[in-house]
Design a protein around this ligand. Structure first.
Ligand code: 5GP
Length: 263
């Protein structure tokens, strides 16, 4: 599938058009940003790892009946995906209190929540993605009541599936962010809600079960070092990273070769 014009460039990904109006190519960059773009760096190898990890997770979710935008991975950095009109909302799920929840409400770090907590943020960089209520969503027409009900249901199901999947490889799924969109369905000739974007250590907090070592983007946000090694560890435990893979990191940088198991 040939790449056409660039349609959109975000902080970590680029979207290109294709000859098919319903399909686009998602390219994973090595750029890492945090704190509303105040902190930036190139983390060589990150795009390749996120592409592979997200492909693995979205493929597994599809097998569990969760409709998502992934058609197939094309190469080390690119996926063919369904074009979707993205809701301007970040759907956050929390199982353990950390990050902005602890800062905003003073909930002690590490508190295990009785049930998954759903939060909504307005996707607006200039406003630093503020937290919003469902009423904001309905008042400003960002999604309907029915759409949010469906998305909440899918989100909780994803949390169940992924919590189990990660627990099985010794990782706690602490929290994560999802994005959804509406895409054209050729069969029903209607738009349908699908999971979009990516699910990777960039969008999830993943802690080792025994040591609580962070294996996600907090290594970058909090200057913990060994960012790529964290992502690589997630890929390795998921069984999509061969032992001989060689990624070294110097000052958030310098990756050498990354090879993945052939499917
Ligand atoms: P927090 O609100 O604590 O900063 O983030 C909650 C969860 O959502 C974390 O797993 C975090 O990685 C994810 N998240 C929230 N906002 C964003 C965002 O703008 N980009 C990415 N990649 N992840 C986000």
């Amino acid at each position: 599938m040939n790449k056409g014009n660039k349609l959109y460039e975000g902080k970590a990904k680029i979207i290109y058009e294709t000859k098919d109006k319903n399909l686009v190519i998602q390219h994973f960059k090595d750029d890492a940003t945090a704190f509303n773009n105040l902190k930036k760096a190139k983390v060589e190898g990150k795009g390749v790892l996120n592409n592979r990890i997200s492909e693995y997770i979205l493929t597994n979710l599809a097998q569990c009946g969760i409709k998502n935008h992934l058609i197939k991975r094309l190469n080390m950095r690119e996926q063919l995906i369904r074009k979707a009109e993205i809701f301007p909302i970040e759907f956050i799920v929390r199982n353990i209190a950390t990050g902005s929840l602890t800062k905003r409400l003073g909930i002690p770090e590490g508190t295990v929540l009785d049930k998954p907590l759903l939060e909504y943020c307005y996707k607006k960089d200039e406003l630093q993605d503020p937290i919003i209520s469902k009423d904001h969503i309905y008042s400003f027409g960002w999604a309907t009541n029915e759409e949010i009900r469906e998305i909440d249901r899918i989100t909780l199901r994803i949390n169940d599936i992924l919590s189990g999947m990660f627990r099985g490889i010794g990782i706690k799924l602490v929290d994560f962010k999802l994005e959804y969109g509406k895409a054209w369905d050729n069969e029903t000739e209607k738009k349908e809600i699908i999971l979009a974007d990516e699910i990777s250590p960039d969008t999830c907090r993943l802690w080792d079960v025994k040591t609580e070592k962070k294996l996600d983007k907090d290594r970058f946000r909090k200057d913990l070092g060994n960012i790529i090694q964290g992502y690589q560890e997630v890929a390795r435990r998921l069984g999509i990273m061969p032992e001989e893979t060689n990624i070294s990191e110097v000052n958030f940088g310098k990756a050498t070769s990354i090879k993945f198991k052939k499917k």
